[in-house]
Design a protein around this ligand. Structure first.
Ligand code: 3PG
Length: 303
């Protein structure tokens, strides 16, 4: 259960999908995975939800498949029987929460008021949904709630998109954000929007200008866009950053979140060397890039 919560935090975003026909969920999930997003919440707003969840759970074991808009215990039972790995509700139902705790299934109830958050604390929950986030005060409300409820983290959902995603993720008490901004009928659009989402979540940037071909190479490795800083181009550093990497020169790629960057690199099958061998999420990661002109090390560090 804790592992599932960590994987949600590592992805940074929960795509929320409402599926009319279960068969449509497979290409949608494939498109999200291709875009670097390994999580989906299928809402119980249609009769296709349970079938979609069981189909996705069987087809994509690498994906976290959860159920959303779960209003009552019978729906929670249906979702868990279908293979949902987490249960999300728009509001707080003590019956749904107790059922999930008994079953050992992660539950993320909607808690937008101090009273609902207090109820979640009484059940020992550490992460709740904040819905509808923008209507209920957005970033300012979460900052205010963080004062009396420092032990709770939120998954704000409702009205989130590229215009405010980073503002939410920058808050210490935001575990991840939920939303439907990347869910479109066209699967290529889903992949593109998922990739843009991951680019925003990781916020990769270079600390200098580099030649276009090298930037293309690095973007192709990450499969994400990387911003360049306005610092003038200069010779790449020649110090060996890590004996295990053994490259002759290195480039620094900065990220907003080292933990999410590492999880992303692992999910995408990009081999990296955790420098110093420490377990801290802040430990840099190094990627070796073989080039004609001599190997290059890409060192990923948190801003
Ligand atoms: C939800 O159920 O969590 C919301 O419908 C998602 O909200 P959004 O569509 O505004 O992203």
């Amino acid at each position: 259960m804790a592992g599932i919560l960590e994987r949600i935090g590592d992805s940074g975003v929960i795509p929320v999908a409402t599926i009319d026909h279960a068969v449509n969920s497979i290409p949608l999930a494939a498109a999200l995975l291709k875009g670097g997003l390994p999580v989906v919440e299928v809402t119980f707003r249609t009769g296709a939800a349970a079938e979609a969840i069981s189909g996705l759970a069987a087809k994509f074991p690498e994906m976290l498949v959860g159920a959303g808009t779960v209003l009552n215990v019978p729906q929670a039972e249906q979702a868990v029987a279908a293979g949902a790995q987490f249960i999300v509700s728009a509001g707080f139902s003590s019956g749904v929460v107790q059922y999930c705790l008994n079953k050992g299934v992660l539950v993320i109830p909607g808690c937008s008021t101090p009273t609902e958050i207090t109820a979640a604390l009484e059940f020992g929950l550490k992460v709740v949904k904040f819905f509808p986030a923008e209507i209920f005060g957005g970033v300012g409300a979460l900052r205010a709630l963080g004062k009396p409820f420092g032990q709770i983290s939120f998954i704000p959902t409702g009205g989130i998109g590229f215009h405010n995603l980073i503002d939410y993720l920058a808050l210490d008490n935001v575990w991840a954000c939920g939303g439907s901004w990347m869910i479109k009928p066209d699967r290529r659009a889903v992949t593109r929007l998922a990739r843009t989402t991951m680019s925003e979540v990781l916020g990769l940037s270079l600390d200098r200008e580099i030649e276009g071909a090298l930037l293309d190479e690095i973007e192709a490795i990450f499969n994400l866009s990387i911003r360049e800083r306005s610092a003038p181009a200069g010779a790449l550093a020649r110090t060996k950053p890590d004996a295990a990497v053994g490259a002759e020169a290195y480039l620094i790629v900065k990220t907003r979140s080292m933990a999410r960057a590492k999880a992303y690199l692992q999910r995408e099958g990009i081999a990296f060397f955790p420098e110093t061998g420490a377990t801290s999420a802040l430990t840099p990661a190094s990627i070796r890039l073989k080039r004609k002109a001599g190997d290059l090390c890409i060192r990923v560090v948190e801003e």
